[in-house]
Design a protein around this ligand. Structure first.
Ligand SMILES: C[S@@+](CC[C@H](N)C(=O)[O-])C[C@H]1O[C@@H](n2cnc3c(N)ncnc32)[C@H](O)[C@@H]1O
Length: 225
């Protein structure tokens, strides 16, 4: 798959691109690129934002600026060009990002992530350029870059081979293997730490009992359904 992150701060992604699972994904033929929204702005002096209609504090990222960036990247009209692509605008007010959406995005060929700043995007970006408006949680960040990294991280680690050890991504929190529940607790050495031991079943060597214990803990953590 190919992920393009449209941002006013492409430099933020240099560190991210160096991380192991991201490098693994790229080595497997997947792509991650940070695209500078300012580099294709049709406005003078690199302007990308404007004052809000109706007044109020802050600036709003213009729809024509986002359109120009997508058009330059795709060499196509971005309203029509959305068709085969997932275009995710990051916004605190959007649909909450979860494991199911991460799996959905990981199955796409092309995903574009739009990082807002200031007061966010002109609403017409959400309505006519994006296919999804996504929030990573009920709080407000200074910009969409960290949210985009959260999405990229969760999506890229789902790609076969990205983690280097396949089973880890199969049975973990919220996966179908755990019926969508949070993962069970893990323990490692030392067996005793400050008077706190490890559940005996985990050292029993009885794989069926270990499996049953883990599923039970996982269901417990999910709470009543
Ligand atoms: C300062 S925020 C804008 C906040 C907006 N005025 C509001 O009240 O919802 C600037 C940008 O950060 C990103 N952002 C902030 N919080 C986010 C969240 N919880 N999830 C995803 N993106 C977020 C969005 O891209 C947003 O356009």
């Amino acid at each position: 798959m190919k992920i393009d992150v449209f941002t006013l701060f492409p430099g933020w992604f240099e560190w991210f691109a160096e991380q192991r699972h991201v490098r693994n994904a790229v080595a497997l033929g997947h792509g991650l690129a940070a695209v500078d929204l300012r580099s294709t702005t049709p406005l003078r002096a690199g302007q990308v934002d404007d004052t809000p209609y109706g007044g109020g504090a802050g600036m709003v990222i213009r729809v024509d600026v986002v359109e120009a960036a997508l058009r330059a990247r795709w060499d196509a009209d971005p309203v029509e060009g959305r068709g085969p692509r997932r275009v995710v605008a990051l916004a605190a007010s959007g649909r909450l990002f979860d494991d199911a959406l991460a799996s959905e995005l990981a199955a796409e060929d092309e995903v574009a992530l739009l990082c807002g700043r200031y007061e966010g995007f002109d609403e017409r970006v959400h309505e006519h350029l994006a296919t999804d408006v996504v929030s990573i949680g009920p709080y407000v960040l200074a910009g969409g870059e960290l949210a985009a990294m959260v999405v990229c991280d969760a999506v890229l680690r789902k790609l076969p081979g990205a983690l280097g050890h396949e089973s880890s991504a199969v049975e973990e929190s919220f996966s179908p293997a755990l019926e969508g529940a949070p993962e069970y607790p893990h323990y490692t050495r030392p067996a005793q730490w400050r008077g706190h031991g490890v559940p005996a079943v985990l050292s029993s060597g009885d794989h069926a009992r270990v499996r049953a214990w883990r599923l039970e803990r996982s269901r417990e953590r999910a709470g009543p359904r």
